[in-house]
Design a protein around this ligand. Sequence first.
Ligand SMILES: [Zn+2]
Ligand SMILES: [Zn+2]
Length: 362
Amino acid sequence: MATGRATVLVEPNKLETWDVPVVDPEPGGALVRIVVGGVCGSDVHITTGEAGIMPFPIILGHEGIGRVEKLGGIETDYAGVPVKPGDLVYWSPIAACHRCYTCNVLNETPCDNSRFFEHAEKPNWGSYADYAWLPNGLAFFKLPDGADPLAVAALGCALPTVLRGFDRCGPVKMGEAVVVQGAGPVGLSAILVAAQAGARDVIVIDGVDQRLEVARSLGATATISLKDSPEERKRKIYDITGPGGPSLVVEAAGVLPAFPEGVDLTGPHGRYVILGLWGAIGTQPISPRDMTTKNLTIAGATFPRPKHYYEAMHLAARLQDEVPLASLVTHRFSIEDAGRALDAVHKGEVIKAVIDPEHAAA
Ligand SMILES: [Zn+2]
Ligand SMILES: [Zn+2]
């Protein structure tokens, strides 16, 4: 039987490379040969166990682009576009059953009956692997002709997450002042969308100069260093926006102290959307009265829907020649070196890292 390699998280902080069977797709599904598997900040929290208990052992990776190897009796992708073996596809990593309360009554994600991860001994869609077996109901989309897989992979699940967030808190409005906390992939995606939407100010806060530089290349109009004190940061931001302050603040910092600062930074009648705290379990003090007196809207968002992956893919493909998206992928690692990839992401040494099955192990 044919096998492919996969990075298996056997238990928290224990990674192994396994040879796993390559299984034919089920009806409605697809077997895909991975071109790149994105390494996401969430994967670091999953690996350390900070993100909670998983059905170990699991194959890591929820972001992927690959070439269709075999299709399970279907001729179109999940948007009705004809698809055939050899085509590049991008997918939303959670299958929907269309037979549960969340799918049908709430019309939301994630579905009550599907899993983010599958046991490593079962057919599996983890993307740190040679192959991904996409089950029926897991939406995949054919990349538009000419799309650069790296440009789409660069913002991984981050761009879909940001599009989901703006669905929840309302879209970026032309001419508004936006602050983005954090210039990792989620923050960079928010900057990209805010700039494209015509925001007047797109101000980003981060502690790493290289990331602030990249933020500018995606449309940030001003950068603020975390080396400044919180008071200094607020003063600089309000100097730029004027006394009305930012009308939209995006949390993409991934650390808890960003939350009270974001509530404080958001101007009257503004919106604050929390995107980066999925793996940051804990509490922070805020003054709830601020929400009343400033008339704030605070929204959280997670688990983008298939349409957000579809929109993200098309946005990246459309912008790939005017914005240096593919160059955001600064590091490639082999399947065997997934541990090093996670380390590099954890230490903030990369803008975006990917697992490339064809990359030679170090
Ligand atoms: Zn991700
Ligand atoms: Zn469901």
